[in-house]
Design a binder for this molecule. Sequence first.
Ligand code: 4NP
Length: 148
Amino acid sequence: MKILFVCSGNICRSPTAEGLMRHLCESDGLVGNTFDSAGTHGLHAGEAPDHRAITLAKNKGIDISGLRARQVTADDFDRFDIIYAMDAGHMQHLKAKKPTGAHAQLKMYHPDYDVPDPWYGDERHFVKTWDIIREGADSVLKDLKNAE
Ligand code: 4NP
């Protein structure tokens, strides 16, 4: 499966989800999936993830420092099998942008919650966001296992 995670700037939530899912699949021996992330806007295109997201991931043994932000493109809707929206606003954006007949299935990353935007907050907001991303990862893993 080819999976894309989408948030607003692609520097906090979606690169964290990308790094975490890669890590979890490796530890789980789940092979054959590819992961990428993008932002609904391109304000941070080309930038590394926010240093607070990098530090938090690093503390969990995950290196996301090499990822670079980019904006979602029309091609993404054919290149990926599932595109996960980190919050309901991203889902609205993706639904509006998805070309008619494009292949990708759109899903919410966490089945119950929006993953909150930590960017304007402090370390505590990043920790809270991490916890929700970690929780949502289980339903992504379930989707991947169901597709095997
Ligand atoms: P992200 O966080 O969507 O999780 O990467 C944000 C990063 C930047 C902005 C908003 C959210 N911004 O407005 O520039």
